[in-house]
Design a protein around this ligand. Structure first.
Ligand code: SF4
Length: 303
């Protein structure tokens, strides 16, 4: 495994339509410093190279973020951050926020910069933060999620079936808000997972509830109950109640093995996968977690 990605907090300044974690200003779940340190010790045992702090919006907990970067760097990890740059109102201010993190050992900065975050603004806070990062010697990576739109597979000739363009993953809020009006295909066609390496994950996301996400909302187990290194050592995708069916026959296989009758058509594999999972939340406590990633809180399952 190459990377551990901390969902430092689920809280965010924004509430983007495409957010596959359903983050918002009201979200709960933020790491404490002692929790971070215990996970970093496990990551060391696992030979992990990269630690990322993301969210939600990790700069909301700036002192914690700074100490987390510093601790990971001192332990020999390469360290990255993913941010929406909400705080970067001027280059001078952005340097003020970023410089202590660079001094603490920050190696990589990923900045969301797309229409979902900024509409059609000409200069965004992401542009400002990227400029500040370059002043400090970092080469920032801009994350740009295109809005989904129908396109044609054999576009020029007008032949082929309509497919969905853009890079949105239809999970979380994106599944609820962005799928309407998009072309759909029969559910039986989605027989592979297109994005995640479920058998030998190269990275996992971890949250303060202890969940170890193989894909968002699919937990390999709880690292507060079983230490992370041990948990990942014993993880077998084929034996996992959700990953097993996904490995064998993708989201279509998941529907069949769980005995779920899907709607006739879905936008893509993730749309089907997420929709099935949301219907069986009560059957897989501890696996389909946390509930808020499914657009509901930890007590009440969405109908
Ligand atoms: S098919 Fe399911 S497991 Fe695979 S990337 Fe999509 S949502 Fe994740």
């Amino acid at each position: 495994m190459n990377g551990i990605h901390f969902l430092l907090t689920y809280q965010c300044t924004l509430e983007c339509d495409h957010c596959f974690l359903y983050c918002s200003p009201r979200s709960e779940g933020t790491f404490s410093l002692s929790q971070i340190k215990s996970v970093l010790q496990e990551a060391k045992k696992m030979g992990v190279e990269w630690i990322y702090y993301e969210g939600g919006e990790p700069f909301l907990y700036y002192p914690l973020l700074k100490e987390a970067v510093s601790t990971a760097s001192r332990m020999g990890f390469k360290v990255g951050i993913v941010t929406n740059s909400y705080f970067a109102h001027s280059e001078e201010d952005a340097v003020l926020w970023l410089k202590p993190l660079v001094v603490a050992g920050l190696d990589d900065l990923n900045v969301s910069n797309d229409e979902f975050h900024f509409g059609d603004q000409e200069q965004t806070t992401a542009d400002i933060l990227a400029a500040a990062a370059r002043i400090l010697g970092l080469e920032p990576i801009e994350i740009c999620i295109e809005a989904p739109a129908a396109s044609l597979t054999a576009a020029e000739g007008g032949k082929g079936e309509p497919v969905v363009g853009g890079s949105t993953r239809f999970q979380g809020r994106a599944a609820d808000l962005l799928t309407e009006g998009l072309p759909r295909r029969p559910w039986e066609e989605f027989n592979t997972c297109p994005y995640e390496e479920l058998v030998t994950p190269e990275r996992v996301h971890v949250d303060s509830f202890g969940n170890v996400h193989i894909c968002q909302g699919i937990s390999a187990g709880n690292m507060w109950e079983k230490p992370l290194a041990e948990l990942m050592e014993s993880y077998r995708a084929e034996e996992h109640p959700i990953c097993g069916p996904l490995v064998r026959n993708g989201p279509a296989g998941l529907a069949r093995e769980l005995g779920i009758q899907p709607e006739p058509e879905y936008v893509d594999a993730c749309h089907l996968c997420y929709s099935i999972r949301r219907r069986v939340l009560d059957t897989y406590p501890g696996v389909l977690e946390p509930r808020q990633v499914y657009g509901t809180d930890n007590r009440q399952q969405k109908a």
